[in-house]
Structure formats: C-alpha cells, structure tokens
Design a protein around this ligand. Structure first.
Ligand code: FE
Length: 350
C-alpha cells in the first residue's frame, strides 16, 4: 500500500506571458495561477491529463497524492487550513465518506456540464460527480468455465463454484461497494446469505489486489474471480508477455447485479470545501468532462467516459463489447457501506 504523500508541480510555460510583458512594460499581466489537486488515483497516466489542462489554460497544477482513505484523513485533519481545491478519488464509497466528513462544497457554476453526466453517477446533493466509470465484473478461465453460468453475481453463491473463486479482501472498498449494491437491490438478508456462500466458495483466503486474482486464474488456483474491468484491460494492453498470456486465457462477463445491468462505480471529483483557488478548481472540474480528458481516461486508464458522446480508440475496451449498466445511484454504495462491512465480518470474508 502506498502511504507516501507526494507533491509535484507541473510548471506552466511562462514564455507567452513574458512576451506580453515585454510588449507593454510596466503593465501587470495577471497570472492564471494554480490549482491544488488532492488525488487518490494511482495512475501515472493522469499526469498527461494535468499537463494537457495546463497547456490549455495556463493554470499550473499541484498534485498531492495519497492512498484513498489517507487522502480523506489528510484533508479532514487540515480543516479550514486545507489548501485542497479539488478532491479526486476512486469509488463512490470513498466520495460518500469524504462528503460525510464535510470535505466538499457544491459547485452550481458547473450545472451546465454536470447535466451531461448520467444522474446515477452524480451525488444527488451535488457534492461530487463521476468523471469516469468502471465496472466490477466476473473474470473466468476460458478453458474451464461456461460464461453462461455467470450472468448474475448471485450465481457465484451456487454449489458449483465451491473452492473455485478468487477475490480480494473485504477491507477493499471495491468489494464493500459491490456488496452495498447487492444490499440496495436484494435487501440485507439476501446480501448476507450471498456473502456467506461466496466466502464458502473461495479457492483460497483473500490475498493481493485485482490483478493478482487474474493471475491466480491463469495459474490454475481458481476458475473465476471478481475484478474491476480495467485490471483485465491493462493485461490486454501490456507488453509483458506473461501478463499477455494471462489475458489471452481469461474471459470476462459483465455480470448483472440487482434487477439488471452491470455493477458500475466511478472515479469522481468535487470542489473542496475551502478551495483557495475556487475559480481554477471549477475550470479544472469542467476540464475533467471535456472531450480531451474523457478520451484520455478511456485510452490511458481503460475506464469508460461518463459523457456518452465521446469517442475513443481502445481495442481492448472494444473487444469487451457493450453492456447494460445498473442504474442504481452510486451514492447508495456509500450509504450501505457500513452494513456491508458488518456482513463481511459476520460471514467471515476476511
Ligand atoms: Fe483500482
């Protein structure tokens, strides 16, 4: 787990401003200033998005990076002294927690662009919004599993999967949100019965991250695994031959959850409660929904754009095909997270 907090600054080229100053000596040229982005995303490709933002707006970007829960703790601890302008994190469960901690403020100035984001991928109170989406899917060994048996997440509770499932620990927010979604759709009792059966069907005690579950399928340790789609996509686009082999042997189902549709979660952002550079923060949040940024998320981190009209080139996402997404508001993932954690503890899903 990364616990280091790193600070990097993307320097703006000031050549243009200097040239202007030279033309009008004595005249003040307003600097476009900076924006402080506190992010829990662990993708170096986001730097390309920041650099493009600076190139387009002249606003320099200071990045403060920390792992999910640590980031929220840090902003909370700084209180009114917080320099955070924008808070970015993955998984609606974490955004919900940040909102509960009072770390966001509404940004009504963004209403025009936010209306292009599907309503279920935004906070109903307007504190945060999804700028990219990810799907929790079921991966399987192509030579040992019939994907027709995996159409719904509840299928994983069946006897036939005894000793065959790999999944990471319940301490991870992705699984908390998955179970929270099941609580929303099936109720707490049914969700608990499912979690108990799933724990009984595990091939091994939970260990590692999503990529490790995929490698375990290829290694024959298990036949199916629950993972976020982009982990598989990453293996499909790597130059590492061993991981390419994992990808080639692994199939994937956009399994339904609830009444229908795949379990969708988000990478999301919001305007920080203090936001010393509020105007620049709004410019940045708007930029996250721009065509250029939306396309970058699909092409660089293999996530799905939230703006439906955006086109992109990603052969692996194309190969995954189209899917129907669950319309549950992701805010409910946070609301049910506590109940989900209690269920995990009761059923012995470590
Ligand atoms: Fe992830």
């Amino acid at each position: 787990m990364r616990t280091l907090v790193m600070i990097r600054t993307f320097l703006v080229s000031s050549a243009g401003l200097l040239a202007l100053s030279a033309c009008f000596p004595g005249e003040q040229v307003a600097s476009p200033g900076e924006v402080n982005i506190y992010t829990a995303r662990h993708y170096s490709s986001d730097e390309a998005v920041y650099a493009a933002f600076t190139e387009e707006t002249g606003i320099s970007v200071n990045v403060i990076e920390a792992s999910g829960d640590l980031l929220i703790e840090r902003v909370r601890a700084d209180g009114e002294r917080s320099q955070a302008d924008v808070i970015i994190t993955v998984d609606a469960g974490r955004l919900w927690r940040a909102e509960e901690a009072g770390l966001f403020q509404p940004a009504p100035e963004l209403d025009d662009v936010l209306s292009d984001v599907p309503a279920n991928l935004r906070d109903p109170d307007g504190a945060w919004f999804g700028f990219a989406s990810r799907v929790r899917v079921i991966a399987y060994a192509e030579n040992r599993v019939d994907p027709a048996d995996l159409g719904h997440f509840t299928n994983l509770a069946d006897e036939q999967w005894r000793g065959r499932i790999c999944v990471r620990s319940s301490g991870n927010v992705y699984n908390q949100s998955l179970l929270a979604s099941l609580i929303a759709s099936e109720g707490e009792q049914a969700a608990e019965a499912w979690a108990a059966s799933l724990a009984a069907n595990m091939a091994r005690p939970p260990q590692g991250g999503d990529t490790d579950q995929l490698r375990a399928i290829a290694a024959g340790e298990c036949d199916v695994a629950i993972v976020n789609h982009y982990y598989l996509a990453r293996l499909g686009r790597t130059s590492d031959q061993a991981d390419r082999t994992v990808y080639d042997q692994t199939g994937m189902v956009f399994a339904n959850l609830g009444d229908g549709g795949a379990h969708v979660n988000i990478s999301g952002a919001g305007l920080a409660a203090q936001a010393p550079n509020r105007a620049n923060a709004e410019t940045f949040l708007r930029y996250l929904l721009s065509e250029r940024a939306q396309r970058a998320f699909a092409e660089l981190t293999n996530e799905y754009p939230v703006i439906a009209s955006v086109s992109y080139q990603n052969p692996v996402l194309d190969a995954f095909g189209v899917f129907e997404a669950d319309v549950l508001n992701v805010d409910e993932l946070g609301e049910n997270a506590g109940a989900a954690q209690r269920i995990f503890d009761r059923v012995g899903w470590p």
